[in-house]
Design a binder for this molecule. Structure first.
Ligand SMILES: Nc1ncnc2c1ncn2[C@@H]1O[C@H](COP(=O)(O)OP(=O)(O)OP(=O)(O)O)[C@@H](O)[C@H]1O
Ligand SMILES: [Mg+2]
Length: 274
């Protein structure tokens, strides 16, 4: 019998039982929103990059913080190869497609594995949230790593987070992890804005919808936890191709039917906060 995974690690439980410390807002932004899912590979980074660009299209000033210290994606998805400037005190974000970006991948060789202990991850997150000269932003979109570990804990406990969006694919195995992620944010007092069903179906040339990974699971999970179901994004090879080429679909083709879905999400976020 496979061993059931604990909902939260012992270290996290211990930390969570401690005193709740004052939460620091990220300076230079009005709102900070995390894109999360305890499951890996469900499309968090793809969603984060395209949502950031869609918010820009509708007139918001946006930053993108790659919180995935072990496996940063923003340098590749935005095709950024330069290093950020620093005056010794503050790091300058790198602006691409009018989005202010920061990632550990700008500072280290992309093929070098990050062999870091937990406290080093926490200190990298603190640098990115307190020592980056984010300028005059409406939103910082945080691309979270998979899991319910140190990064999620640092953001939820130490940093003022205005909301989290949970991305999932419809398979049961993904939803199991997602449920753990929902419980974590609930326990840590971070507002969950809602759940997104990514890669929910594939539309064939015959116009039919093929539900490759199952049907309705994300909506059902949202209902079960009394969270909003924000909508679905189909599988579309163009989405992956654009991400791989360093120009996400919303930037490459804002009129694409998938880009319009991201614009809908962006409008929802904008009207919730601004
Ligand atoms: N709607 C979609 N249609 C087609 N491909 C997609 C879609 N969403 C994401 N992908 C592809 O799925 C793969 C995984 O996406 P992504 O890297 O965004 O996931 P992730 O959740 O951030 O992964 P990790 O947990 O490793 O950070 C990528 O190749 C991406 O291009
Ligand atoms: Mg990612």
């Amino acid at each position: 019998m496979p061993k059931e995974k604990p909902e939260l690690s012992d270290a996290m439980r211990k930390k969570m039982s401690g005193k709740i410390t004052e939460k620091n807002p990220i300076k230079g932004t009005k709102f900070t929103i995390a894109i999360s899912s305890a499951k890996g590979g469900v499309g968090k980074s793809t969603f984060a990059t395209n949502l950031a660009l869609a918010l820009k299209v509708i007139g918001c000033k946006v930053g993108l913080l790659d919180a995935d210290i072990y496996g940063p994606s923003i340098p590749k998805m935005f095709n950024i190869n330069e290093k950020p400037k620093s005056d010794g005190q503050k790091l300058e974000p790198i602006t691409k497609y009018e989005i202010q970006c920061m990632s550990i991948g700008f500072l280290a060789d992309q093929q070098t594995p990050m062999i870091w202990r937990g406290p080093m991850v926490t200190s990298a997150i603190k640098t990115f949230t307190q020592k980056v000269d984010w300028k005059n932003l409406d939103f910082i979109i945080v691309d979270m790593p998979p899991g319910t570990g140190d990064t999620q804990l640092t953001f939820s406990q130490d940093i003022k987070m205005d909301g989290a969006i949970i991305v999932s694919t419809p398979q049961e195995v993904a939803l199991l992890d997602v449920k753990r992620g929902i419980k974590m944010f609930d326990k840590l007092g971070v507002k969950i804005l809602g759940l997104v069903d990514n890669m929910s179906f594939f539309k064939g040339d015959d116009g039919k919808k093929y539900k490759i990974f199952g049907e309705g699971g994300v909506k059902k999970t949202a209902d079960e936890f009394q969270k909003e179901f924000l909508g679905e994004i189909p599988i579309n090879p163009e989405v992956g191709k654009c991400g791989d080429e360093g120009k996400p679909i919303v930037e490459a083709n804002p009129d694409h039917e998938i880009s319009k879905i991201y614009l809908n999400f962006a409008n929802k976020i904008k009207s919730t906060y601004l």
